[in-house]
Design a binder for this molecule. Structure first.
Ligand SMILES: NC(=O)c1ccc[n+]([C@@H]2O[C@H](COP(=O)([O-])OP(=O)(O)OC[C@H]3O[C@@H](n4cnc5c(N)ncnc54)[C@H](O)[C@@H]3O)[C@@H](O)[C@H]2O)c1
Length: 259
């Protein structure tokens, strides 16, 4: 059964920073495989085009939209593009998120602003921009990709990332409660350690990837990293009508780490 047949889905950060399956790329493809028409939003034109090409090659529907969602006006332009392409917006899937290593003793304030500008403010701008069409429709679902780091300790100090993702969880909960009666649901997914090109590029840095992958897997009760598809599947459930009575939750996808 195609869970998103006839639905219009906006995936923010639908590309991947490198070869392989990132969370946003897998999510965009997964929505399309379930019948969704997907606006693939990414600041990197090649990344947006690559995801759209994968979707088209499978015979599904996607439209690229190249934009940096941290810039003023970008979210409104994204909504205009989605409405022009599909006539409605059923799902906002907000995937972008950046991190800078460092504990509170070594915070760089420009980096702090950059992290919060992307992880929280751009998410708020996107939510604000999709509200008018969702309110007109009397229905809509937002899913924000947060992080287990917002609620759970890790061996790495990423103070600005942890704080920004906790703020994102709280913002999502606030949206959920404010707009529940209007038919709009809002939830977050908290990925744990996931084997993505993003993690390889930003978390492990120049460290030997195989060794880091083993150590990351060892932190998980299931003794393995998750995949972008497992994160996407949780998001699709929350965005789908199957989750019609679920709003304001933060769902860990973490192989049992949280608890
Ligand atoms: N991989 C993990 O272990 C892990 C764990 C927890 C949470 N997460 C979360 O998953 C998300 C990232 O997942 P991914 O694998 O898709 O990452 P990714 O870095 O591959 O990003 C996906 C796309 O987002 C685009 N992008 C980045 N900033 C943008 C902006 N300002 N405007 C428009 N597009 C932008 C990039 O160009 C890229 O193509 C983040 O929110 C991250 O915090 C990942």
């Amino acid at each position: 059964m195609a869970r998103f047949a006839g639905k219009a889905v906006v995936v923010v950060g639908a590309g991947s920073v490198a070869e392989g399956w990132g969370n946003g790329k897998a999510a965009a493809v997964a929505y399309a495989r379930e019948g969704g028409r997907v606006l693939c939003v990414d600041r990197a034109a090649t990344a947006a085009a690559a995801t759209c090409a994968l979707i088209a090659a499978e015979g599904h529907s996607a439209v690229p939209f190249v934009s940096d969602l941290t810039t003023p006006g970008a979210a409104e332009a994204m909504v205009e593009a989605a409405e022009a392409a599909f006539g409605r917006i059923d799902v906002l899937h907000f995937n972008i998120g950046i991190s800078t290593p460092g504990g509170v003793g070594a915070l760089d304030w420009d980096e702090w602003d950059r992290v919060f500008n992307t992880n929280v403010k751009a998410a708020a701008r996107a939510a604000q921009a999709v509200l008018p069409p969702m309110l007109r429709q009397g229905k809509g679902a937002m899913v924000f990709i947060s992080s287990l780091a917002s609620v759970h300790d890790s061996p790495y100090a990423y103070t600005s990332y942890e704080a920004s993702k906790a703020a994102l969880n709280r913002m999502s909960r606030s949206i959920a409660v404010q707009y529940a009666a209007a038919g709009i649901r809002c939830n977050t997914v908290l990925p744990g350690v996931i084997d993505t090109p993003h993690a390889a590029a930003y978390v492990t840095g120049t460290v030997d990837h195989a060794d880091t992958a083993r150590r990351r897997a060892a932190m998980v009760p299931m003794q393995r990293q998750g995949t972008a598809w497992e994160v996407a599947e949780a998001a699709l459930f929350l965005a789908s009508d199957a989750a019609s009575f679920i709003t304001g939750v933060a769902l860990p996808v973490d192989g049992g780490m949280c608890g």
